[in-house]
Design a protein around this ligand. Structure first.
Ligand SMILES: NC(=O)C1=CN([C@@H]2O[C@H](COP(=O)(O)OP(=O)(O)OC[C@H]3O[C@@H](n4cnc5c(N)ncnc54)[C@H](OP(=O)(O)O)[C@@H]3O)[C@@H](O)[C@H]2O)C=CC1
Ligand SMILES: O=C(O)C1=N[C@H](C(=O)O)C[C@H](O)C1
Length: 264
């Protein structure tokens, strides 16, 4: 396709929305058709860039055709974006975390009708970290595993989507699930063998940090990723949108895209 992809950005006034707008300004692969936010956002009606001709923040889904939607809003926003994209046959990339089981079921249902990538972390480094953790968790099956995550003080979900993603990857490598062996929140008493623990730190402007600690007797392995710039997530989401928009309906994951694109 020679023309730019017609894109709507959902959650455009948020931290990730801003990071995406920064990149979109100079990305000729996309035409920003709509920068969507909530109806009571103070930015409503303002141009997204200083340039007055730029699109304006809006709460109205555009009637024009769209090739792809990128959503970084929140669970309620994701539910709206799913309904729009499913009904109109538009590809959807979402980085929204904190989805409950019902919303995850809606994501799975929508993926039967549209190409959809719902990923808790769009950074290349975390994709590689998940692979390394799978190997380490399988190689050290009896070692205690704790996942520690730290984020800025405005984050609303905990543990982070990435911490859960890492926990699920490790659990699968050990032939179990987080539903069976995951433990989060304050714990009292001795540690249960085989459990996968989560610890959460919130404060300041931490972009996103994840450490998986495999703790043995007399030694410890730590696998860590530290994001210092939201641009990494935004870049990954744009790559995903470009890759996804003309694929057949289905649920795609970031790892599959990296294998297909980078042979990684
Ligand atoms: N997968 C990944 O790589 C990453 C995922 N995330 C996830 O992305 C999501 C957003 O994060 P972040 O940008 O930090 O959060 P913010 O709260 O800064 O941004 C969310 C934006 O979406 C808007 N919004 C909320 N509900 C709706 C709705 N129903 N329709 C349209 N817009 C809506 C909010 O408006 P208002 O504030 O006025 O409510 C806000 O502007 C979170 O779930 C976060 O965990 C974040 C970083 C990376
Ligand atoms: O809310 C955030 O900021 C982030 N959320 C994602 C998560 O929940 O894992 C990804 C990243 O760590 C930043």
């Amino acid at each position: 396709m020679n023309r730019p992809l017609r894109l709507a950005l959902h959650g455009a006034t948020g931290r990730m929305g801003r990071a995406l707008l920064d990149l979109l300004r100079d990305d000729g692969r996309f035409e920003l058709v709509a920068a969507l936010t909530v109806p009571d956002a103070p930015q409503l009606g303002e141009p997204v860039y200083l340039d007055r001709a730029a699109p304006r923040f809006t709460a109205q889904w555009p009637s024009q055709a769209l090739d792809v939607v990128i959503d970084f809003s929140g669970p309620t926003g994701l539910a709206h974006a799913l309904a729009q994209c499913r009904d109109r046959g538009i590809a959807l990339v979402s980085g929204t975390t904190g989805a409950d089981a019902a919303l995850k079921a809606c994501v799975a249902e929508a993926a039967q009708h549209i190409p959809l990538m719902h990923a808790s972390n769009f950074s290349l480094g975390v994709a590689v970290l998940a692979r390394l953790l799978r190997q380490a968790a399988a190689a050290l099956p009896a070692w205690d595993l704790e996942i520690v995550e730290a984020h800025h003080g405005r984050k609303v979900d905990a543990p982070s989507g990435t911490a859960l993603l890492l926990g699920e990857a490790a659990a699968a490598a050990r032939g179990t699930t987080l539903a069976r062996d995951g433990v989060s929140g304050t714990r009292e008493g001795a540690r249960r063998a085989g459990s996968i623990g989560f610890a959460v730190v919130r404060g300041g402007d931490i972009v996103g940090e994840h450490t998986a600690m495999l703790i043995g007797s007399g030694e410890r392995v730590e696998l860590a990723h530290r994001a210092t710039d939201r641009g990494i997530f935004a870049r990954g989401a744009l790559e995903a949108a470009h890759w996804l928009h003309d694929r057949p309906p289905g649920a795609y994951d970031l790892d599959a895209m990296l294998v297909a694109r980078l042979g990684a």
